[in-house]
Design a protein around this ligand. Sequence first.
Ligand code: PLP
Length: 479
Amino acid sequence: MINFNHTIQERKDLLGKVHQALEHFYAETKKYPVAKEWNIGEVKDYARQFPFDKKEDSTDVVLKVIKGLEKYAVHSSHPGYMGLFNPRANFPSILADFISAVLNPQLAAWSHSPYANEIERFVIQEFGKKFRYDSDSIDGTFCAGGAESNLTSVLAALNFYFPDFAKDGVFGLSKKPIIYCSTESHHSIAKAAKITGLGNDAVVSIPVGENLEMDIQLLKQQIEKDLESGFQPMMIVATAGTTGAGAIDNLEEISVIAKQNNLWFHVDAAYGGGVVVASQFLKWMKGIEKSDSITIDLHKWFSVPMGTSLFLTSNKKILHQTFKISTNYMPEDGDPNKIIDPYIHSIQWSRRFIGLKIYLPLAVFGWKGYEEVITHQVEMGNVLRGLLKENGWQIDNDSLLPIVCFSHSDFKNDNAFVKKIAEEISVSGRAWISVYPIHGKNTLRACITNYNTTKEDLKDFVQLLNTYKEKYNHAFECS
Ligand SMILES: *Cc1c(COP(=O)(O)O)cnc(C)c1O
């Protein structure tokens, strides 16, 4: 029979070569282009080069795959990547992924992986405390991403509001439940409404003010209007750090409205929640401790590999009520006061050891280490704002977070032009930025997502921007 394990010597040789290739990328990331323009046919061919109809040499296959991943991808590990919260992974978290793959603990049931489960319970408890939940009421579950965490929040709200929801589903609803969020909130809320069977129309997007935060007056009016129309207001989703421009909704005021109307109050802090590790920034999250649940993505500001998010709740009963199931093939339930079986406490069933990816770096660096890294990135955001202004660019958002939306009077937020400049910069391989419309006008958006980004990198970046701007000023004059 084929040797699925490989021999000891083969493993050693292969790991050595993989290590060498990966080390080159990890150590010299800056020498790789951040992004490139790809030929679709070439990528498709590369992905289909091993047709599975014969044996291949493992070293050859593995090294070619690494090469493909290096060549055909946007590298969020690069300090010039200033994109969509995708981080460079720190080293302990990378080891965590590797260790999990080798030992492969099954996280569905406590009894299959007690130590791994207790690590996750411990991390959930400690994160709950960071968000200043009362320590007796903290619960939560690891998720694959913010979308799953947000979906969990909608399910939790449904089960909280409609105690028979688990049994009757949407057919038991006498009134249409309404979810409130702002027009700047993440689209995973709308997706959650689709998945739960409520449908897109159950989500009411409240307009934002000049500062891009949810308009509280309009929220109040909308709730009243919906009550009069016979709908059932159910939950408010506030965003603490919007994906586009880093706005933080007024959590304190929203918590009051949620309480007055008995609504589930969820805070989507997928990215912005990272600031809770730094005491000086804690005040930006004021009011989050009054929430019923929180989404915090660790694969964003906590710099760990993809597939690591946390759903936290201050309602100890709700996950059990929402996901409880009984089977005749899973191990018997333990005492729920002592242990928790994830498969009856969350969406996933069989799953990997997600929590190790944050436990290892926290154990190694401590909260203090994270505080330093996150403070550095906030500072780099301020440095970037300063450099842009010095060079005649204007800042179009006033986020506290290192998300900078900017434009230049030379091209007056010309929507097509802003897009073109972002594309060209990304294709240059030296930086990657995106475009985000603010009050209908496109701006360039740069977010410091990488703990390695330095002031020098930012100077190079602004230099690059200036070069492209000049190039186009010149093109305009000639045309
Ligand atoms: C990124 C993001 C999400 C979605 O999280 P994923 O991890 O990509 O699934 C949800 N909400 C906000 C505010 C985000 O920034």
